[in-house]
Design a protein around this ligand. Structure first.
Ligand code: GLY
Length: 350
């Protein structure tokens, strides 16, 4: 699989997608890092499967390595977790010329990336995403953040890694639910930018068939994402297209206090329902919503919720950070693979 380069001038970096990468991580790290100390941040689940392997691979090739394994789950991505990480950095005498590796899903990537961006005003870091969601989305593009009690991702920055290493073999230890969670974001790329890719995903009949093409699938998603990020790094235009299904999805996640639906599941519901609305309003070609519904069913993802009174959902949408001066930018599809931004307001969802 050909390496991708996120081309951002002096902040450019490669994305390497290769099965078995995690077994010889030292080879790729050696190419970009000439220092001695490496701090690995992971969670206890990922650490259980891959922590020792990555740590000893790096130690055996001469690095001085420390590993910190946090509790798994979104609660860990809290602003309040940061001091414990900074303290570990200090105990390890980490300097600005050393390296941090984030080994995990979106929580570890976002949190570790944010810690890397702020400690000593910035330490270089490498992303090794281990969930499908992180491999196709959050590890690429430099968005790093932590949650506050009053909302997710409220404190963050744009801070790019030096390298993203993606080994799809690690997906075999991911639960089916979280594999499918990632598939919702994969489907999103087809919806917004690549009709052929969407119908290719629709042609796959089982998880086995998906896994047979998984590197190609991840590569396509990362290619689309890196092109979008290159055009709009700071998320003021085209990058917002990556939020297709997210406004409604986020409101549904919030309504259920992040307990009932995973992020991908909520995004799936959001993609179908916004497209249904937008078909009704004449923005989208007829039949696109049904295609989305069919693919969600095929991947065992939900496409609807049974909420009797949607006033709370509308209130959350009204508070969405994409709602500026009463103008809400929503991502709609003109046709499959052709997303655009529409300036509207909360009335759109009524
Ligand atoms: N996950 C959306 C973005 O990176 O912009």
């Amino acid at each position: 699989m050909q390496d991708l380069i996120v081309d951002l001038k002096e902040r450019s970096y490669p994305i390497i997608i290769k099965k078995g990468l995690i077994d010889n991580i030292n080879i790729e790290i050696k190419k970009i890092y000439k220092g001695k100390k490496i701090f690995i941040l992971t969670d206890k689940n990922v650490g259980f499967h891959y922590g020792d392997k990555v740590k000893s691979c790096l130690s055996n090739s001469g690095y001085d390595v420390k590993l910190m394994a946090l509790e798994p789950g979104e609660e860990t991505k809290s602003f309040d977790t940061l001091p414990s990480i900074y303290n570990e950095f200090l105990d390890f005498k980490l300097t600005r010329s050393d390296l941090i590796i984030t080994l995990g899903g979106g929580v570890i990537g976002d949190l570790g990336g944010f810690a890397a961006s702020t400690f000593l005003r910035g330490v270089a870091f490498v992303q090794i995403p281990t969930s499908l969601l992180a491999q196709v989305d959050s590890s690429v593009g430099g968005k790093v953040a932590v949650d506050l009690e009053r909302g997710k991702n409220l404190v963050g920055s744009f801070y790019h890694p030096k390298l993203v290493l993606i080994d799809s073999n690690v997906l075999y230890t991911l639960s089916d639910r979280f594999f499918l969670d990632g598939m919702a974001e994969v489907i999103k790329y087809g919806c917004i930018k690549d009709k052929e890719f969407f119908y290719f995903l629709k042609s796959l009949k089982s998880k086995k068939e998906v896994m047979n093409s998984i590197d190609k699938i991840i590569h396509r998603c990362c290619f689309i994402k890196k092109c979008v990020v290159q055009n709009d790094e700071k998320d003021t235009g085209e990058r917002m297209l990556l939020n297709f299904g997210h406004t409604l999805g986020h409101a549904i996640e919030t309504y259920y206090k992040f307990k009932k639906f995973s992020h991908g599941e909520a995004v799936g519901i959001g993609m179908y329902n916004i497209t249904k609305l937008s078909e009704e309003k004449g923005f989208t070609e007829k039949g696109v919503a049904d295609d989305i519904k069919e693919i969600l069913i095929q991947y065992s993802l939900p496409y609807q919720v049974d909420i009797k009174d949607n006033s709370e959902i509308l209130e959350t949408i009204a508070l969405d950070k994409k709602n500026i001066d009463d103008v809400l930018k929503v991502v709609l599809l003109k046709n499959m693979g052709e997303a655009f931004l529409e300036n509207t307001n909360v009335e759109f969802f009524k």
